[in-house]
Write a protein that binds this ligand. Structure first.
Ligand SMILES: [Zn+2]
Length: 496
């Protein structure tokens, strides 16, 4: 039986969007299918000496399926993650990602649970509230002579990368986290110039120079990044804060030139680690902005960043096929905002197609709506309609535009779920009537997160496992004998 997406036409995007999708499409090929299954070099039995741990930050359960359908719609091909989930020769499971604070984790406690094998309070990085420091996996791996890497679309000092390498009481102290990586992390790539530049740091330290003095090659734009793989130690920082949302980047030629994609950064990092680390390596690759877009309930933003993350998965799988002693683990650190299609049949498909016309993420859209305010401080409904038509390709009704107009004048329409009682929550609740994607909240969720694993040792990631198991599995693979301290929730709460 033909399904509706078989009939869906291959949508034509225009302008920079087309260039962007061409670039995103150019990072690899899907594994060849044999007998309905995806052929790979994956073998589950042996222990890997190279681990590529890939995190789509904030990837709720609805995201992979929407990204799969969207990718087929705008790029004429599916996603690597869906092909991994279909492949019976690969391993599939879920993580239970609870933290010491409770059943909904933040990114710091989540990454540290994998990184040090201990559940922490939200916000802490490899430290317990009694002041004891825990050894994260990249420090342990470095001590044993392995190569190490962190690649992200957040600031390189953000919670998820920090969870594999840093030790600090608060994830917010990113300027200090930046000082902890030299000597521990060989390849550091992502955003966060403001934590490196002497002009922008409160203490005036030039961390670019500090890293150079310790043997790092520094890359500051895409051209430099693409050539950096010949160096053994790399610091690549490509934006002031997080790197741009993929949806904003593919619609901006300057950003395309300045910032490498996550797939490109991953390829460069693997090239460097492969050559410089004969014993093997551990690298974490994070698609960070899925989470940020989900906090804003921005459907097109989430899906485009998931696709950029997926291209990096393709790079990792390609590396794994050439190096069977590699393990690729693809997962998330927690759900976020629980998006999903909330309509039936053709209405859902027609709504979903509207997402392909988005030219900007939520934040520039909000700015543009606010910039169109009249003398009273509010943006007239007609101007709201114009901005939404221009940047999202959606014809808002006058009534819906008037709710958004009210918010620009600081009058909130009714929204009984407090998590969504804000501009982004209400704006995107209204948009869900047009693009079909509705949201449960604007925060992290407790969801079990998907795991797809390919390569040596993959079978350890089957079924429902605890986040902390990842540390014990990975250290066992690498021949590292280390157990970090744990603490009960009651004891931790009493000290915090
Ligand atoms: Zn997160």
């Amino acid at each position: 039986m033909r399904t509706s997406h078989d009939r869906r036409r291959f949508l034509k995007l225009s302008g920079a969007g087309l260039a962007g999708t061409a670039l995103l499409a150019g990072t690899g090929t899907l594994p060849q299918r044999a007998n309905g299954r995806t052929a790979t070099a994956a073998h589950g039995g042996e222990k890997p000496n190279k681990i590529i741990f890939m995190v789509s930050d904030g990837m709720s359960m609805g995201v992979p399926g929407m990204a799969e359908e969207f990718s087929k719609m705008v790029r004429g091909k599916g996603t690597y993650l869906a092909s991994m989930m279909q492949n019976q020769q690969m391993a599939h499971g879920w993580f239970e990602m609870f933290s010491l604070s409770g059943i909904v984790t933040d990114s710091a406690a989540a990454s540290c649970s994998w990184g040090c094998g201990t559940r922490l309070l939200n916000g802490w990085v490899n430290m317990l509230p009694d002041g004891s420091k825990l050894e994260p996996i990249l420090r342990l791996a470095k001590d044993e002579g392995y190569g190490t890497g962190l690649v992200t679309t957040a600031t390189v000092t953000h919670a998820t990368p920090a969870g594999f390498a840093a030790q600090i009481e608060s994830r917010g102290r990113e300027a200090e986290i930046a000082e902890q990586y030299p000597g521990i992390v060989d390849v550091v790539m992502g955003g966060g110039q403001r934590f490196y530049s002497a002009d922008q740091r409160d203490d005036g330290k030039d961390l670019f120079q500090v890293y150079k003095d310790k043997g790092y090659h520094v890359a500051r734009d895409r051209d430099e990044a693409l050539k950096a793989g010949e160096h053994d130690k790399i610091l690549g920082v490509f934006s002031d804060s997080h790197v741009p949302y993929t949806l904003d980047q593919i619609n901006d030629d300057e950003l395309m030139k300045k910032v490498p994609t996550l797939a490109e950064m991953t390829k460069v990092a693997l090239e460097s680690l492969d050559r410089s680390s004969p014993k093997g390596f551990v690298i974490q690759v994070e698609g960070a902005r899925i989470d940020h877009a989900a906090h804003a309930n921005d459907a097109a933003g989430v899906i485009w960043d998931q696709i950029a993350f997926d291209d990096a998965v393709g790079v990792a799988l390609e590396y794994q096929r050439r190096n069977p002693d590699t393990l690729v683990v693809v997962t998330s650190d927690h759900g976020n905002a629980r998006p999903g299609m909330g309509q039936y049949s053709t209405a859902a498909d027609e709504s979903f197609e509207r997402l392909a016309h988005a030219k900007a993420s939520f934040w520039p859209i909000r700015s543009k709506i606010r910039e169109a305010a009249n003398g009273n401080g509010a943006t007239p409904p007609a101007a709201v309609q114009d901005v939404v038509k221009e940047l999202l390709g959606i014809e808002l009704s006058r009534e819906d535009a008037s709710y958004i107009s009210d918010m620009t004048g600081d009058r909130m329409p009714p929204m009984y779920h407090r998590s969504q009682r804000n501009f982004h929550g209400i704006f995107n609740a209204i948009l869900s009537n047009y693009n079909g994607v509705s949201w449960g909240c604007t925060t992290h969720t407790e969801e079990y997160v998907v795991i797809a694993a390919a390569g040596a040792g993959q079978d350890k990631f089957k079924g429902l496992i605890k986040n902390t198991d990842a540390f014990h599995i990975m250290t066992d693979f690498l021949g590292i004998d280390h157990k970090n301290k744990t603490m009960s929730r009651e004891d931790a709460m009493a000290l915090a």
